[in-house]
Ligand binder design. Sequence first.
Ligand code: FES
Ligand SMILES: [Fe+2]
Length: 428
Amino acid sequence: MLSVEENQRLTQVGPGSPMGELMRRYWHPMAATAELDENPTKEVRLLGEDLVLYKDRSGDYGLIGRLCAHRRVNLAYGIPEEHGLRCMYHGWMYDETGQCVEQPFEETVRPESRFKDKIKLPGYPVENMAGLLWAYMGPTPAPLLPRWEQLVWDNAVRDIAITEIPCNWLQGQENSLDPVHLEWLHRYFGEYVRSREGGEWKWGQATPPMRHQKIGFDMFEHGIIKRRVLEGYTEEDDDWKHGHPILFPNILLVGSETQSALQFRVPVDDTHMFHVSLYTWKAAPGKEAPKQDFVPYRYVPLYEDEKQFVVNMTFNQDYMCWATQGPVARRDLEKLGESDRGLIMFRKLLDEQIDVVEDGGDPINVFRDSSQNEALSLPLEKIKFGMLRTNYIPLEGGETSAVPEIEEVLRGWADFYGTPVGAEKLPS
Ligand code: FES
Ligand SMILES: [Fe+2]
């Protein structure tokens, strides 16, 4: 349980707030690169700021204040020029730093005018990596965009799923420190949902229960490693021996050796999250992954209709729980138990790292030395939940979009192991 004030400290992300300042020390994905190829401007709201992301005709990206400084129209309707974004209303043009660089009528009637020099919108650096566009909104100099190994493997196929969720980012991240929900939300409830869809009550029969015997959390250099022992398994199984990491402050890595997903819980503002899952299928040893011209993306709907959340897909079950905790979960009213040890540990870490920023330091996972940032390797289970590779759930079109390429990579794994292998749906 937290006090109301402690809860605000960990959840409010606007400029100048303690968590907002911590979050401004990190790069955040805000769009799929392919989105900007289809439409060169995109409205972005990030850390409580309204912005427009654009790709100009030379191929450079910019992220600047959304409203034109002149008469405050939405620059998402602006025109990308060779270098910069031009307002559609009276033609003022901005470069990627937000600086106004042209004011056509002003320059015609007063050629000596330096009015434009005084006009500057917010402007933030953008990077393009692994099919995602990333923003950094903190103090300069910007740190390096962390090269988590899944982002930089070149012999791999990727796929992006994005969901906009109407709740604070921390509800998503705390879910990753909560191993026990797997057993209830994804197994017991998930099976209940499936049994109702089938119209036949087979609850408890279709899949064996998945019971946690033990959970564990360890600090490591990039965050916290989460471990579990399920009934029927031991500490020798990967779920305990390797576990998987929660990367500070807002990322989860989940998966196995055939597929892994980095999940980013990006704060849009205090009550909204931009959730990005970047799936990576690495080619089996000795195999070559098909080349992707671009990384496909899709927006995963949250609702079935106006009232009901989608609950028959694994990750949607998580989203439903996060959203139903409310726009900002009332941590002053919660009653935590043994299953919540991980999230208590994580809150403490957040609190400590906020202090680091307030004292002028760099929090963890801020990298400034490129020799330390070539490919950051991370612990991960090879085989999750003790599953044999042949138990993997077959591909479902709804959860992946790059199906032909993914299937090719999976055939490579099947060859490598001499067993049929499907894409896993891996809950966290
Ligand atoms: S409102 Fe943008 S140029 Fe006038
Ligand atoms: Fe989950």
